[in-house]
Design a binder for this molecule. Structure first.
Ligand code: IFM
Length: 756
């Protein structure tokens, strides 16, 4: 099943459906709204990496003028499910090919008028969207069709589009605007496949055509829309026009064919087949669809914001979500995208350096909320209090130092899994060095304890701010120092000239010994000898130990913020999201299953899962310790979040709705690293399936160091096929049995014993 479908119209779900039915191609995203909608219905064509600020409000991404506007008027009344009588309404998303469909039957003057629209954002031509629109009637009717560009766009902290110029010449329309702060030119051009009269207002331009339809007659047209900005280079306006003209020449069906072929390519590289559980199958594919529409194939100047391209929530910013929850999917299915995501951190390194300086540290302190320059978009007062309306002082920006470690960790995983050493010279080594420098300047040496500590931080559990020795953070800092030393060794060995150039430019060689010493003496909270529990941070266990129910019963407002200085959770052991368990998941081979189990059982009941990043960590660790039944509900939670819309919509009075690409990535992680039990260690790929009751098997492709594999992990049987074109053998291990799988060959394990 490849279709997400909704029947019947529900006006309360306009915002949610905008997320559910998203289209996108990494360059832009278009919300799943209906063609006749306007700004008040959250129509948005969000541009990736184009930001603007109005006054002293938060900077946020810019929405382009809406080129998909089409309206049908009957007797002067615009047909819309919001105001007209609807006999039947279906909205559908073909997740395999990224195509949005809607079909609405309106009742009008005793007859039926049916509107159908199909649209896609091309994965073949990044600036292009196309639509096929048709209208038919069961009785003779006179209609007016309007098709144009709406310059009135949804903004949270706008308006961003200034100096709006609207033009129309024959069937080619254009809306051109300049953003207030950075003076980006934003252009939407639209070419209608019909002749009509050009009309407009100060905010919109459209073509109008009168239609007389006989009973049973259908009329249709195609529309080609192109969006370009001055960030794409000089002549954006001409570029947008040309794109529409070329698209019209090529024609809708042909464009669709090329777009669909790119989507097929995505699925060939990344589809996961679950046998025995249709619900999980669809949820996982739906999650992968959301990653497909966000993949930044076209550029390393942009990354993937925490709410994808579904809106300006969270300032359209890039968080650690990308590295820790999405990157592994791309690295192991489409490494070129992963490479772009890593290079984005290099391109924004100067912003991270500025942030480190701002706080008095060396190196690079990566932003909690990064926009295009790498400077931190997060404000000091990031959550408005629901009671007083006052913005509260939060320390997301100042204290989540783990982001620099997450970036370094992600690069290490990418290197290990791709073997792409060249990226070190292209910027990755510089990023890693600056992260190590940052932590060296951040850590404290405690002479009395003869160790380094990492003090005054906020870990993944944001409810406890400004804590000391957060286990996740300390472990990740340790890893960063290690990664830096290792990466420089690798560069020295494999690319001496590259190493020398970097050593000369960054002058780090005199610091290496100090980094090594810090690493060796860094305090990383360990499991207690008796309980095996790892304390989340110093004195966490002394906090009030209450149940989730008790915490909830203390709430005075459903959206009150639980963290920060006065939040209800701050003085208790209730945590927002996986923290120790996330750390255990990343380093599961260093900690035995018993340590993971004990910590899972301790922390899970105390975890609110108030972030969509939480569930997948619990799913992966549970599967790893042989508890797939515990894992399943967390897997389903992460995989269905954007279908159900069951996620927090507010923190304090701040709206945080939208799509959740980290959870989408988390669904893949839980399926592959959790249930299929894949882990990639230095010498081998381990496959240790731990399947939920209903699942017979899970099959998926993986690309590792440029070679393609296809894995099927079942209850009794595991099969690994190495593609014909592969060049070298690769060691796979299932149970205790390792097999060096040769190119073009298949290895099979029965009950963890190799038979071929
Ligand atoms: O990055 C996350 C964070 O961990 C929890 N709050 C939401 C952010 C964006 O998804």
């Amino acid at each position: 099943m490849w279709t997400f479908r909704q029947e019947n119209f529900n006006a309360d779900e306009i915002a949610l459906n905008g997320n559910r039915f998203m289209l996108g191609n990494g360059y832009m995203g278009f919300r799943g709204t209906l063609e006749e909608y306007g700004r008040e219905h959250y129509v948005a064509c969000m541009l990736n990496g184009v930001y603007d600020r109005v006054g002293d409000q938060w900077r946020e991404p810019v929405n382009a003028p809406n080129g998909m506007l089409v309206q049908v008027l009957c007797n002067g009344e615009m047909l819309s499910p919001l105001t007209s009588k609807v006999l039947n309404h279906v909205q559908e998303l073909d997740i395999r090919h990224g195509i949005h469909h809607r079909r609405t039957v309106f009742e009008k003057d005793g007859g039926e008028i049916t509107v159908k629209a199909e649209r896609f954002i091309s994965h073949d031509r990044v600036h292009l969207m196309a639509m096929k629109y048709s209208v038919s009637a069961s009785v003779p009717v006179k209609l007016v069709i309007r098709s144009g560009i709406d310059g009135a766009v949804w903004d949270i902290n706008g308006p961003h589009l200034q100096q709006l110029e609207l033009t129309g010449e024959d069937n080619l329309l254009q809306a051109k605007a300049v953003t207030g702060e950075l003076k980006h030119e934003i252009i939407t051009s639209a070419l209608n496949g019909f002749q009509g009269v050009n009309c407009g207002t100060a905010e919109a331009v459209w073509m109008e055509k009168e239609l007389v339809l006989a009973a049973g007659q259908e009329w249709s047209f195609c529309k080609y829309v192109s969006v370009c900005t001055s960030q794409d280079g000089a002549g954006a306006s001409a570029m947008a026009v040309l794109e529409c003209q070329q698209a019209a020449q090529i024609g809708y069906d042909e464009l669709l064919k090329h777009h669909a072929a790119k989507c097929e390519d995505f699925w060939r590289k990344s589809d996961v087949v679950i046998s025995g559980d249709d619900e999980a199958q669809f949820a996982l594919r739906y999650s992968l669809y959301h990653l497909m529409i966000l993949a930044t194939r076209h550029s390393s100047a942009v990354s993937i914001p925490a709410r994808g391209l579904s809106g300006q929530v969270y300032k359209g910013a890039v968080f650690w979500d990308t590295e820790m929850f999405m990157l592994p999917f791309f690295t192991l299915t489409d490494p070129a995208v992963a490479r772009n995501l890593i290079l984005f951190r290099y391109r924004t390194l100067d912003g991270a350096r500025r942030k480190a300086r701002e706080y008095g540290f060396d190196g690079a302190f990566f932003a909690w909320e990064s926009q295009e320059t790498g400077d931190d978009a997060c404000s000091h007062f990031n959550v408005p209090d629901v009671f007083s309306g006052r913005p509260m002082r939060t320390y997301f920006r100042d204290k989540q130092v783990h982001i620099s470690a997450d970036v370094a960790f992600a690069i290490k995983q990418y290197l290990r899994q791709t073997g792409d050493v060249a990226i070190l010279r292209e910027g990755a080594a510089e990023v890693i060095i600056e992260c190590a420098r940052f932590f060296y300047s951040y850590a404290y040496y405690k002479p009395g304890k003869a160790r380094y500590e990492v003090l005054d931080v906020t870990g993944p559990d944001e409810y406890h701010e400004r804590v000391n020795n957060n286990a996740y953070t300390n472990k990740m800092v340790y890893e960063t120092m290690n990664i830096a030393l290792e990466a420089l060794d690798t560069l020295r060995l494999k690319d001496r000239a590259g190493y020398d150039e970097l050593a000369h430019r960054l002058n780090f060689e005199g610091e290496l010994e100090a980094w090594r010493m810090m690493k060796d003496q860094l305090y990383v909270p360990a499991p207690a000898a008796d309980t095996l529990l790892i304390e989340q941070f110093d004195r966490y266990f002394t906090l009030e130990d209450i149940s989730m129910e008790t915490l909830k019963s203390r709430k005075l407002h459903p959206d009150e913020y639980l963290g920060g200085g006065n939040g209800l959770a701050a003085s208790t052991q209730i945590l927002k999201q996986a923290d120790v368990v996330l750390m255990l998941n990343l380093f599961k081979h260093e900690y035995g299953s018993e340590v993971i189990r004990r910590n899972w059982e301790y922390y899970e009941p105390r975890t609110e899962h108030g972030s969509s990043l939480s569930a997948c960590a619990y799913a992966m660790t549970a599967a790893h310790i042989g508890k797939p039944d515990w894992a399943y509900k967390f897997f389903m939670k992460t995989a269905t979040v954007d279908m159900t819309g069951h996620s927090k919509q507010f923190i304090g009075s701040l709206y945080i709705g939208g799509t959740h690409p980290a959870a989408n990535g988390g669904a893949w992680l839980a399926a592959i690293f959790g249930f299929a039990g894949v882990s990639i260690v230095e010498e081998a790929v381990i496959i240790n399936p731990s399947l939920p009751e209903k699942w017979q098997s899970i099959s998926f492709p993986l690309v590792l160091r440029g070679q393609e594999y296809f894995v099927t992990a079942g209850r009794e049987k595991v099969e690994v096929r190495s593609a014909d074109g592969n060049e070298a053998p690769q060691l796979f291990r299932c149970g205790e049995v390792s097999v060096n799988v040769q190119p073009g060959k298949t290895a099979v394990w029965h009950n963890k014993t190799a038979v071929k």
